[in-house]
Design a protein around this ligand. Structure first.
Ligand SMILES: [Zn+2]
Length: 146
């Protein structure tokens, strides 16, 4: 690894990020976004492309380091480069508390239950809010580091 490669690898600002864009799809998760995506799919737009719209990806982890001009015939997607600092500011991770208090800890005490690893680590259903926030924190940190 050259010195330059080491600098690039250790400097998130140098890593190139792209934002995937499908026309007409709002970036923010909302009913409006979902309705627009469903509408586009009925007109034969690619469902995967509408899902990717608004998402950011670090290019040095992509095969070939840049997405192809088009993903498939009649693709309407494009992308633009975005600053890593913008990705870090706008990135968010969501882990609903229900993943823990209504799922992981649902079958408390059952042999082989999903809660066993958490109980072994000293967590219980009362720690669900903390666990959800910690999962969100770690996911956002991992994502923004590419
Ligand atoms: Zn597309």
């Amino acid at each position: 690894m050259s010195n330059f490669d080491a600098i690039v690898e250790n400097n998130d600002e140098i890593s190139a990020w792209i934002k995937w864009i499908h026309f007409g799809v709002p970036d923010e998760e909302s009913k409006k976004r979902e309705n627009k995506r469903n509408e586009l799919v009925t007109f034969l737009h690619c469902k995967i492309c509408t899902v990717l719209s608004g998402c950011c990806f670090v290019t040095n982890k992509m095969p070939g380091h840049l997405p192809p001009e088009i993903l498939h015939p009649r693709c309407d997607c494009t992308y633009k480069f975005v600053a890593a600092s913008q990705v870090k500011r706008q990135a968010r991770a969501i882990c609903p508390i229900g993943k823990f208090n209504s799922y992981m800890f649902k079958e408390k005490g059952i042999k082989g239950g999903k809660d066993i690893p958490y109980l072994d680590l000293g967590f219980d259903i009362e720690d669900s809010a903390f666990l959800a926030m910690e999962y969100e924190r770690q996911a956002k940190e991992k994502y923004t580091h590419g």
